[in-house]
Design a protein around this ligand. Sequence first.
Ligand code: IMP
Ligand code: MG
Length: 332
Amino acid sequence: MIDAADIVCGLAWGDEAKGKITAWLAARKKYSYVCRWAGGSNAGHTIYVDNIKYKTHIIPAGVFFGIPSIIGPGCVINERKFQEELKYLEENGFDSSLVRVSPRAHVVTEQHILKDKRESAEKLGTTGSGIGPCYSDKASRVGVRAASILPPERLWDEQLSGEILCEGAQGIWLDLDWGNYPYVTSSTTLPYGACSLGFPTQKIRRIYGAAKIYDTRSGVDPDFPDALLDDPVLARIGEVGDEYGVTTGRRRKVKWLDLPKLVHSINMTGTTHVIISKCDVLEEVGEFRLQEEERVIEFRALADMRTRIKKKILAQCPLVSKVLFSQSAASV
Ligand code: IMP
Ligand code: MG
């Protein structure tokens, strides 16, 4: 039995700097395991170790800090991409033997990738990683599991102990149930999904919710119309904030922070620690706005905007104990 699980989850549409937060927590080395619970190589996590930037898709951030890293039963894994990432780790001097895969994780085949690219990449704006077709086969009970393709030494023995860190992928508004269906991913992005790693809900201790001080969306979503790309201020935020997909290289659409929606996601996830990043991007652009209901509210300075956000969260989110603001690349 584990002692406690801390969870990092996305409070928006992914790309909320979960990788950075996970890395910051893992670097303190108090966790016995760092685990992924859902998704596959559709995710793109950017991690800084000693100021050097690394990118991963399926491999949890623990491996960068010498911590055993588990790809859980709810994840899907493409063998070719997985091997490429292991090689990338080794080339950069990290111990890839720390990475273990649940024998129950499902295998993304090249056919899944082709089907996704052919049928959904354009229409739904998927990352073309074969995620939907793989989860379809899983649910139809015709899928192939990791146990049948990976060597035994790569498989997780399904034991967890001590304090563990669970690293979310994507974000709450991409969740299969709660996102803007069908413009969603095919897995559970909400933190309760972390329990699929095999521990009881009572063991969840802290939930670190990641958000940005403005909203972004990669892929297709009617709530983020293409016209947003033509707004000069929002476009400038996208440029300064380097808002391009880690997995696809696509330009992300940018919108002013929807504060009531953020409050909703904090309460639904049970977030205890809110971390809002990329404040320096607005500072550089020199525009400070957010949206409440139909109104766009403008602030004279970042400090005023932060005060408004923090006040509202602390007033309306009873489970929150801390609201932190951070810069782009600096630690949280
Ligand atoms: P899929 O997960 O590749 O099927 O893509 C489904 C939707 O989720 C698309 O709108 C993608 O852009 C979005 N998505 C999936 N993974 C990520 C991510 O890691 N960050 C941001 N968006 C993502
Ligand atoms: Mg990402």
